[in-house]
Design a protein around this ligand. Structure first.
Ligand code: ADP
Ligand code: MG
Length: 294
């Protein structure tokens, strides 16, 4: 299309709350085959709250455990970090991030830090491998009601477990429905458990065509590469972990408000108000624009 037509289309998109980093992306948007969405922070609000904490070692007080966990979580920007810190504060525990040494982030798995001379690993069941632990928590199906489970290891020992819940965004079901009526296939790609993924899908009336769970960031990438063989594929995400898949997609769409700086930088299209409802509207807009050009 002409530069003027492109400029008009980009301006129109901006009026609709979408920052599009080039006219080519609008054209691709109109021809999209599949939209993949991250769960946490994209389909859901990414505002976790702790519904339960179980501590397994009598010799370590709840306060000590929460002090270790919250101090290490202060070093993380994952949406799980803030609610865990807040939970510790509700017990009068004040985190001290300066006491944490050797902090490490394992994308899609969890975090590690040394505090009071102790090795602490916090994360999903994959973190057990990092902790060289054989106490991989095996939860019977349905046991946690779709909650996100975060395990705490002291060295090789499983010492505690948090259950957290997060809600789907208002209108998420409608957005998926609209994409479907535009003949676009939808898929959820999440690093969270299958239980949490299915729970979220149930809340949006089982509207997703595909649900992939327990994925590492590099596994999200492999799935996107596979989907790209079938047709143009977009990825919607917000996390630092989502940046590789945003970059690999034909169009990476990042959340403008809650999105991490890296996701915003990597995305080709930014949803300025975090409203995923802008995506089907933008597809309609792009298809109309294309017809005008043709
Ligand atoms: P999603 O794809 O849903 O955005 P991520 O790939 O960001 O998920 O993370 C996957 C899982 O890794 C989380 O559900 C959590 O169990 C674990 N995890 C990641 N970072 C942390 C952290 N800072 N503290 C605890 N657990 C974490
Ligand atoms: Mg995420």
């Amino acid at each position: 299309s002409t530069p003027v037509a492109t400029f008009c289309a980009l301006t129109k998109a901006a009026e609709h709350g979408l920052l599009v980093k080039g006219g080519g992306y609008l054209e691709i948007l109109g021809k999209m085959n599949t939209v993949t969405l991250d769960k946490t922070g994209t389909i859901t609000r990414g505002e976790f709250s702790v519904s339960e904490f179980q501590s397994f070692l009598a010799e370590i007080s709840l306060e000590t455990l929460l002090y270790w966990v919250s101090s290490i979580e202060c070093k993380s920007s994952h949406p799980i970090a803030a609610p865990l810190i807040q939970y510790a504060r509700s017990f009068g525990v004040e985190p001290r991030p300066n006491e944490v040494e050797d902090f490490q982030n394992f994308p899609g798995e969890g975090i590690y830090g040394k505090i009071d001379g102790r090795d602490i690993f916090i994360g999903n069941k994959r973190i057990a491998i990092k902790a060289r632990s054989e106490n991989v928590p095996l939860l019977p199906a349905g046991a946690n009601g779709g909650k996100t489970v975060v395990c705490v290891f002291l060295g090789e020992t499983l010492v505690g477990m948090f259950s957290l819940s997060d809600e789907c965004r208002d209108g998420a079901a409608e957005v998926i429905g609209q994409l479907k009526s535009l003949n676009i296939k939808t898929a959820m790609l999440t690093g969270d458990t299958l239980e949490a993924a299915i729970y979220a899908d149930n809340h949006i009336r089982n509207s997703l065509d595909l649900v992939y769970a327990e994925l590492l960031p590099e596994e999200k990438l492999i799935i996107i590469e596979e989907l790209k063989k079938e047709g143009l594929t977009a990825m919607v995400g917000d996390g630092i972990n989502d940046a590789p898949s945003l970059a690999a997609s034909d169009i990476g769409i990042s959340m403008g408000i809650s999105g991490s700086a890296l996701a915003i930088e990597t995305g080709h299209i930014i949803l300025m108000s975090n409203d995923i409802g802008k995506i089907p509207r933008a597809v309609t807009l792009a298809r109309r624009g294309q017809r005008k050009v043709i």
